[in-house]
Design a protein. Structure first.
Length: 256
């Protein structure tokens, strides 16, 4: 399902689920390159669009970005015309690229734990539905992000994520109960940590569980093939390096 593409400037990943849409999950090879260069690497002259990411749940339209002089604060973009290249940047957070195979509309999401707790994926799907997309026509690929075994979080974070997919989770839900309930849905979404006040959570898999809960099918979703924390040869990781370095993920619209 995943393939490396190699150019003179470096490597990027593509996913079969998004076949027919120019797209890529770029590596650390591309540090310092601008979005026009990355867009050209996808074999297109599309207009690159991005936002100022703030770990929230705001979704903006491509047309809004094109008509504003300042960079909009948002963590998801939805295309409104053909030839729009939507870009998000990440280090350990989850980049999600979405393609509507019926309309040619695309979207790009930056989902850290905060955005995931705010259900930014659902907000994006709703915006796409309002523009005419059918959930059955969507294909979603999540790019490289930090894996669950490497991502240590406090119980407050795990509870906030759990509240989006589990009934009855409150601020007093205990670690063991939280672990068992998460694991019943997906054993790879949560891991115990030596610190009794912490667990380890796979945020990409939380997004998958949210998408399934909202009506998508497993075959419409591709999970990350790499961990940014462990695969240092390919990807930056804030948790590993404690420096603000990012890689980019982008997809190009083909609205019919």
């Amino acid at each position: 399902m995943w393939h490396w593409q190699t150019t003179d400037l470096g490597r990027f990943l593509t996913c079969d689920l998004l076949q027919g849409f120019p797209h890529g999950f770029f590596t650390r090879d591309w540090q310092g390159q601008d979005l026009n260069t990355l867009t050209a690497a996808l074999g297109t002259t599309a207009i690159p669009l991005r936002t100022q990411q703030v770990h929230g749940d705001r979704v903006v339209l491509g047309a809004e970005v094109l008509t504003k002089d300042e960079r909009l604060e948002a963590d998801a973009l939805v295309a409104t015309g053909s030839g729009q290249a939507l870009w998000v940047c990440s280090a350990d957070c989850v980049p999600l690229l979405i393609a509507d195979v019926a309309t040619g509309r695309v979207a790009a999401i930056h989902a850290g734990w905060r955005g995931t707790a705010l259900q930014i994926s659902q907000a994006t799907l709703r915006r796409m539905q309002a523009l005419g997309s059918d959930l059955a026509d969507l294909r979603i690929a999540m790019g490289p992000a930090i894996g669950g075994e490497a991502y240590q979080v406090g119980l407050n974070v795990a509870r906030a994520l759990g509240q989006t997919i589990l009934e009855g989770v409150t601020e007093t839900t205990g670690r063991d109960d939280l672990y068992q309930r998460f694991a019943a849905l997906d054993p790879a979404v949560i891991f115990l940590d030596p610190d009794p006040e912490r667990v380890r959570v796979d945020v990409a898999r939380v997004n998958r569980l949210q998408l399934l809960r909202w009506g998508l099918r497993d075959e419409q979703i591709a999970l990350p093939p790499y961990c940014t924390f462990r695969d240092a040869a390919f990807f930056f990781s804030y948790r590993r390096e404690h420096r603000k370095q990012v890689q980019w993920s982008g997809i190009v619209s083909d609205l019919r």
